[in-house]
Design a protein around this ligand. Sequence first.
Ligand SMILES: NC(=O)c1ccc[n+]([C@@H]2O[C@H](COP(=O)([O-])OP(=O)(O)OC[C@H]3O[C@@H](n4cnc5c(N)ncnc54)[C@H](OP(=O)(O)O)[C@@H]3O)[C@@H](O)[C@H]2O)c1
Length: 305
Amino acid sequence: MKAIVVTDQTAGTAGMKLVERPEPQAAINDVVVQVHASGFTSGELTWPSTWTDRLDRDRTPTIPGQELAGVVTALGYGTTGLLVGQRVFGLSDSYRGGTLAEYVAVEARNLAPLPGDVDFTVGAAVAMPGLTAWQGLFEHGRLQAGRSVLVHGAAGAVGSMVTQLAREAGAYVIGTGRAADRQKALDFGAQEFVDLENDVLEDVGGVHLVFDVIGGDIGKRSAGLVQAGGTLVTIAGPTEARPADGMAIDFVLVSDRAQLSEIVQRVRDGRLRTNIGNIATLDDAVAAFNPTKRISGKTIIRVRP
Ligand SMILES: NC(=O)c1ccc[n+]([C@@H]2O[C@H](COP(=O)([O-])OP(=O)(O)OC[C@H]3O[C@@H](n4cnc5c(N)ncnc54)[C@H](OP(=O)(O)O)[C@@H]3O)[C@@H](O)[C@H]2O)c1
């Protein structure tokens, strides 16, 4: 099968290559999925799980990509809950990745049925950002209606999902990002926008929840914006920044079938929009992940036409 591989941790996306690889086999509780559409998260090539297995052994050449939508072609020993021929979407395990390829083996529990009226491209685009937003807002951030949320990178893949889900939950949403992204963030539902290049972040005052996708100095300064009893949730890695009288939580998402089903239902009834910046074929994927101009939104690989 055709697949994208990486072998050099220092090369970044420039080290991606399109090659032939053997088709994966389904292990216990796995399904093999013929990938129709898949995605890749910026930062994936910096995660340890891309380069080593759970015993810290080298696992290169690695096929990256965790996000996928496709059709089940085989079941592993003892696998229940999904059928051959079924449309599915979700996330593979970060220590396996493998979705930038024509076939991938995934644990069945990491996938949910993809309704027939939802395009594979859409399924691949909502899985990672949707689950991350859901878990950050509702599990870790314990968001309630009437609360205020500061969403960094609100026009980005995760931030646009956070913005939409927070608004639906009855929160007041302040988005942040680059000057060029103001209108896009407002279109996704942010009620205010802080241009991080020109405005003063601290002018926001206090909020109940900060959802940080940027980290670094922005993450540190955001801790000071969390009101008493509030939470700083970050997906940008462990943070030393702590709100004076609140919690700081960093997390890595996990796939969850029930949450995927909640997310896709919202896509079907128009409550949730995807944020796709570019769609490319597998043959053009390496170029698509090394763009010459800025792409806002997810790059989705349409593996099968
Ligand atoms: N822990 C987890 O479970 C988890 C899950 C998903 C993603 N992530 C990580 O979260 C991060 C965001 O992912 P994503 O897919 O949402 O990426 P994305 O689509 O690139 O969104 C990030 C947004 O923030 C903006 N931004 C970044 N730095 C900024 C700065 N200094 N000032 C103003 N705007 C800035 C980006 O603009 P530009 O494009 O112009 O930089 C973009 O609009 C990545 O590092 C990813 O690896 C973690």
